[in-house]
Design a binder for this molecule. Structure first.
Ligand code: BT5
Length: 326
């Protein structure tokens, strides 16, 4: 897509009503011939643009494809999405972003793939990322703050993504510590943060995000635990709009990672799926059982143990304990 087309889309999307041919051409400094030609190409690419004989143009819908220029056009001023790429198919977007990070790519690279053949979760677990149904993307971050605070990234990401999804879908979202977003008790989003440190250069982090958007069903292994925005809301969504909302919210909350993290933790506590529930956390060899009470100021999960003591876990795989606590 050329920049004229991206500018036309940006203006049409932002217009509350129809916009006349003359106004659109004037605002974008396009000749009538170029404007007419670009509109024809956009329609041929699957954009639904109404042409009213008196009122002019109105944006109706985008094709169900991620288009880098269009998405970038929706993210003006979003530093986190400085450079945005879309691949039709790749192994894992986290691997692509890491490879570009090792080559010195600066902060704010976003890589989407319409399909991942080796999408992964934590501990090498598989992440189901079929074509054109979800948002599978990774963001390259070069935080300016000390790596000791990098553990904050998961809480920041979860709060921003949960908030953006709630705004766009009107579905209630809950954060299942540390890295899942649940809707109606099932997982709709997974987050995977990987830190990369190399003696020869500053370190960087890759934030991987998987959002189930328009799935109608899932493979048998996860059908009991996974959901999509469509399954939760009862209708499908424009994936680009959801992606843009998530990137905007991540960008807006990014400064709070450094100063103001307490407000992110407060939001995470408000949305916590686990608070008040009996859980078992497994971190390497260590297994801890207790009642999740809150997130602490670093985003760690505070557990009340059966003997009355408290302990905090900073990472791990958490499952609910159903039935009596022992
Ligand atoms: C996660 O891991 O939830 C992190 C997932 C991150 C995926 C993104 S997509 C873009 C980027 N590129 C990548 O390669 N990864 C990131 P974890 O907490 O370990 O959860 C994994 C578990 O979730 C699996 O073992 C399944 O049980 C379940 N699962 C797999 N695919 C799922 C899906 N699409 N929706 C819901 N649950 C799923």
């Amino acid at each position: 897509m050329k920049s004229d087309a991206a500018a036309i889309l940006r203006t049409l999307r932002a217009a509350p009503h129809h916009i006349s041919f003359a106004d659109l051409a004037g605002q974008l400094h396009l000749t009538p011939q170029i404007l007419a030609r670009e509109i024809v190409s956009l329609k041929a690419a699957g954009y639904d643009i109404e042409e009213h004989p008196h009122f002019g143009y109105r944006f109706l819908s985008a094709p169900d494809r991620l288009i880098a220029d269009d998405l970038s056009g929706m993210l003006d001023q979003v530093a986190l999405a400085r450079n945005l790429l879309v691949f039709e198919k790749t192994g894992s977007t986290n691997d692509l972003a890491a490879a570009m990070g090792r080559n010195g790519e600066p902060h704010g690279l976003v890589i989407f793939a319409e399909e991942q053949t080796a999408g992964r979760g934590r501990l090498g677990r598989r992440w189901e990322s079929g074509p054109h149904q979800g948002l599978w993307f990774s963001i390259l971050l070069r935080p300016r703050f000390s790596p000791t605070f990098w553990t904050r990234l998961t809480t920041w990401a979860a709060v921003a993504i949960a908030g953006a999804i709630e705004q766009e879908t009107a579905c209630n979202t809950a954060i299942k510590w540390p890295n899942d977003i649940y809707i109606h008790g099932k997982k709709a989003v997974g987050i995977l943060i990987e830190g990369h440190f190399d003696k020869s250069q500053d370190g960087f982090a890759v934030l991987g995000i998987g959002v189930n958007v328009n799935h109608d069903h899932f493979p048998p292994e996860i059908e009991g635990t996974a959901t999509s925005l469509k399954m939760a809301a009862g209708h499908s969504f424009d994936r680009q709009k959801i992606a843009a909302a998530i990137l905007r919210e991540l960008d807006a909350l990014y400064p709070l990672l450094d100063e103001g993290f307490a407000s992110i933790v407060a939001r995470a506590n408000e949305r916590s799926f686990l608070n008040g529930k009996w859980i078992q956390a497994v971190a390497g060899e260590l297994i801890t059982q207790g009642r999740a009470s809150r997130l602490d100021e670093h985003g760690g999960l505070v557990l009340a143990l059966a003997d009355g003591r408290e302990t905090t876990i900073s990472s791990g795989v958490v499952s609910l304990i159903i039935g009596e606590f022992v």
